[in-house]
Design a protein around this ligand. Structure first.
Ligand SMILES: [Zn+2]
Ligand SMILES: [Zn+2]
Length: 269
């Protein structure tokens, strides 16, 4: 087995805790083949007027890159087989794409995750985003934003955690099913395939996307998937074996991992 994890937060994310050194140690102890740290870059919070109800510390990219480089150098010096890569989770905002183009060009990212966290200007992690808004409006708006994000004008590799909007949603029927918005789901899944991006399989809380959506993606010809624990604290490769079993049963044979945006296919075992 060659476990991979392409979505991991360090203390350089406002909601992360671990020094890069601790994450590398965890990866080595768990025998990972590939690890990318991907801290939050939220330029829509900085420039786009989007909001969270808590103060959100903006990432210091120089400090993040310095700490990542130090650990990458240490791994190289001891001849470690771990493929350790430098990534970022870019939180999409349609009005700040220019800022992303500029900022992402300043660092040698191996992998860029394209994420949607906001609907109507509020982070859907927090319940206040949903106040007085219908399920259709929020879930539909969320899927619309993902569709727009596929045309982000900067290089990205992975489309993250489709379904995130449901995580803390207050609705009685919380689940987001294909039948709720078949046209939007079709546009997104075909859009990912046409653009040759990887669909992320995210195990942070529940499985995102759901098995139903993963099966649709496969049925439409989607083969490119990425594994992300979205660990914020010592949860690398969460539910890895169980998730691999499901993915193999659907028909997937490999995870895509990225180095300087070049894909490597790693067998799902
Ligand atoms: Zn995210
Ligand atoms: Zn994340």
């Amino acid at each position: 087995m060659k476990p991979v994890d392409s979505h991991v937060h360090t203390r350089h994310s406002s909601d992360g805790r671990d020094p890069v050194r601790d994450i590398v140690a965890e990866a080595e102890s768990k025998g990972l083949y590939y690890l990318a740290t991907t801290d939050h870059l939220d330029l829509e919070l900085k420039f786009g007027g989007n909001k969270t109800p808590i103060p959100w510390k903006h990432i210091d990219l120089d400090a993040y890159y310095a700490e990542w480089s130090e650990q990458a150098d240490a791994l190289a010096a001891k001849g470690s087989p771990l493929k350790f890569r430098f990534g970022i989770e870019a939180g999409y905002g349609e009005n700040v794409c220019g800022h992303y183009v500029e900022t992402l060009a300043k660092y040698p990212f191996d992998v860029v995750i394209n994420s949607v966290h906001f609907v109507d200007g509020w982070d859907v992690y927090f319940p206040n985003a949903f106040f007085f808004k219908s399920r259709r409006r929020m879930y539909g708006g969320y899927l619309d934003n993902i569709l727009k994000s596929l045309d982000a004008p900067y290089e990205y590799d992975i489309v993250a955690h489709i379904g995130y909007v449901t995580r803390n949603a207050p609705y009685i029927n919380k689940k987001l099913s294909y039948s709720d918005f078949p046209d939007k789901f079709d546009a997104i899944l075909h859009g990912i395939i046409e653009r040759d991006k990887a669909l992320e399989v995210n195990t942070h809380t529940t499985l995102f996307p759901t098995e139903e959506i993963l099966r649709k993606y496969y049925e439409y010809g989607g083969r490119k998937i990425s594994f992300g624990s979205d660990s914020h604290h010592a949860e690398l490769c969460k539910d890895y074996a169980k998730t691999c079993e499901l993915l193999k049963e659907i028909g997937f044979t490999h995870f895509s991992v990225f180095t300087r945006h070049c894909e490597e296919k790693v067998p799902i075992e």
